[in-house]
Ligand binder design. Structure first.
Ligand SMILES: [Zn+2]
Length: 288
């Protein structure tokens, strides 16, 4: 039911931004070719206003599923409690809140911007693999993909983790570092690796050569994939910082005011266009 709830929240955000003058559309992505797989992904597309740049897509993503997999022998875990407050309601909430703030502030990008909430990440990046495959096959030019997976746990460390390994794109990761240093109160970064490398949905895009990066909590929590991944480990101040990162990424790469039409991540420029929205959004994360 997570996908249905999310689409309802997205629709409410769009409706409440009554004065929004851009082109925004929300929809399910059905993974219908897999009959045993019922969860849907959720997509929001904000059309680019520039005729040329609108063909380029800026993606911000997060998985919408959660899981509880106990240690020890294999068992049927489908009935176990998997609240997933941090993994990954936190990442899903970063996108929801960024979208709400951007629409309330009449955000109209030059490039097309997509918010994507993926089904079945915990079962092997299935939703994002399906979507990335489709975009590749359709020849869609994905400028960048930034993935939010676990954003709420901190252990008191006021920093933003950045996954840096063979499955993240160094230039885009460097650009996120500049956003963090330029826009956030938590203006330092912590390098995070993840065993095996293929640790979240950004990998699905990297597999097709689309530049992708993945901010993550600065200390990886020990309760993920258990029934104890609940609100008691959520740091709201940190979630706010991650939301500011999401907003600034979407605004800077989506190009609201910046001139030029550099079409690769190496040509991204920091225009500080997100400043006004971030600092005028006194209700940022008001839903928590
Ligand atoms: Zn996750």
């Amino acid at each position: 039911m997570a996908a249905e709830w999310l689409l309802g929240e997205v629709d409410a955000s769009i409706r409440s931004a009554g004065n929004y003058t851009g082109e925004v559309r929300a929809q399910f992505w059905n993974h219908t070719h897999e009959p045993d797989w019922v969860q849907r992904s959720v997509l929001v597309r904000i059309g680019g206003s520039d005729p040329l740049l609108a063909q380029e897509v800026v993606i911000i993503g997060a998985h919408l599923d959660s899981i509880n997999v106990p240690e020890g022998p294999a068992q049927d875990y489908s009935k176990l409690k998997a609240p997933g407050a941090n993994d990954n309601a936190s990442g899903a909430a970063v996108l929801l809140e960024a979208l709400r703030v951007l629409l309330q502030n009449n955000f109209i990008p030059k490039r097309t911007v997509e918010f994507q909430w993926y089904a079945a990440e915990e079962e092997g990046l299935r939703g994002s693999t399906d979507i990335a495959n489709a975009y590749y096959n359709l020849g869609i030019k994905v400028i960048s993909m930034v993935n939010f997976d676990m954003a709420a746990y901190s252990e008191g460390v006021r920093s933003v983790g950045l996954i840096e390994n063979a499955f993240t794109e160094p230039t885009l990761t460097g650009f996120l570092r500049r956003l963090i240093e330029g826009y956030l109160v938590f203006n330092t970064t912590t390098t995070i690796d993840c065993p095996g490398g293929r640790c979240s949905d950004h990998v699905s895009f990297m597999d097709h050569g689309f530049p992708a990066a993945s901010p993550v909590e600065p200390v990886i929590n020990g309760v993920r994939h258990t029934e104890w991944d609940n609100m008691t480990i959520v740091n709201v101040e940190q979630l706010t910082e991650f939301t500011k990162l999401g907003i600034s990424y979407v605004m800077e790469v989506g190009k609201v005011n910046a001139e030029g039409s550099g079409s690769s991540v190496s040509q991204l420029s920091l225009g500080f266009t997100a400043t006004i929205i971030i600092f005028s959004s006194s209700h940022l994360l008001s839903r928590f």
